[in-house]
Design a protein around this ligand. Structure first.
Ligand SMILES: *C/C=C(C)/C=C/C=C(C)/C=C/C1=C(C)CCCC1(C)C
Length: 244
């Protein structure tokens, strides 16, 4: 009996050299910790920022749950959990678009801006999924369409409607908006680079064989937690100012 129980792998082993499994594990913990932080702190700030911090927490919480599954999937199959990855993105990236709208509401941002950004992000991710998981042979074409949607988002926030609103708002909102813009331009660029590196015959091997999952996991930690902290910081700064 004892032997039998001992033979059931209740918790999958993580080999000492399984750095992919390690980043899934640590990623999961980091997302959980960040969620607790955002949820518990949201009521300490001015009312108008609460929804923004709540959304920061939802983004990391949704990611934490997906990382839980992805960690398991990787441990069981030693294979990229592409499906879970994209389900996570298709829920969290539109929420990041909502963050832009929420912080720009003070300058009168309209819902149409939010829907435009959400639409572009969904196109970016669905076409990316088609290229990465469904039509592998046409990964370049789908990646290209996905890239167009990505640059549409970059355009709207850096030069378009969102930029205009941020400038009108000025102060802490403008500072936060600018930082978020850098996240999208630099932080999000990690993903298409990972995609190209992971597509056979494209830029395979630019990371010297580093797994695409490691690239995506690092990207997620930076983007989801960092993005949330920028919004959190805006709430802290703006609340302090309104109380001064
Ligand atoms: C938390 C998750 C985030 C911020 C995920 C962002 C994902 C992207 C910006 C993905 C972009 C892609 C392209 C621009 C082209 C190739 C396919 C994708 C989906 C990797």
């Amino acid at each position: 009996m004892e032997n039998f129980l001992a033979s059931i792998p209740m918790v999958a082993k993580i080999a000492t050299n399984d750095y992919v499994g390690f980043t899934f594990f640590v990623g999961c913990m980091a997302m959980m910790a960040a969620s607790a932080f955002f949820f518990l702190s949201m009521n300490s700030y001015d009312r108008k920022w609460r929804t923004s911090i709540l959304v920061s927490g939802l983004i990391t919480f949704i990611a934490a749950v997906h990382y839980w599954y992805m960690r398991d999937y990787w441990a069981a199959n030693a294979e990229s959990p592409t499906f879970f990855r994209y389900v996570d993105w298709v829920l969290t990236v539109p929420l990041m678009c909502v963050e832009f709208f929420l912080i720009l509401k003070v300058a009168g941002a309209k819902k149409s801006l939010m829907w435009k950004l959400i639409f572009a992000s969904v196109v970016m991710l669905v076409t990316g999924y088609l290229g990465e998981a469904v039509y592998r042979d046409a990964a370049q074409i789908w990646g290209f369409i996905s890239g167009l949607a990505y640059f549409w988002i970059v355009y709207i926030i850096w030069f378009g409607e969102a930029k205009k609103l941020a400038t009108e708002a000025g102060g802490a909102v403008l500072t936060a908006h600018k930082t978020l813009c850098w996240f999208v331009l630099v932080g999000w660029a990690i993903y298409p680079i990972g995609y190209m590196a992971g597509t056979p015959g494209w830029y395979e091997g630019i990371f010297g064989g580093l797994s695409m999952d490691v690239v995506y996991n690092i990207g997620d930690a930076i983007n989801k937690i960092g993005f949330g902290l920028v919004v959190y910081n805006l709430a802290v700064v703006a609340t302090a100012k309104s109380e001064a």
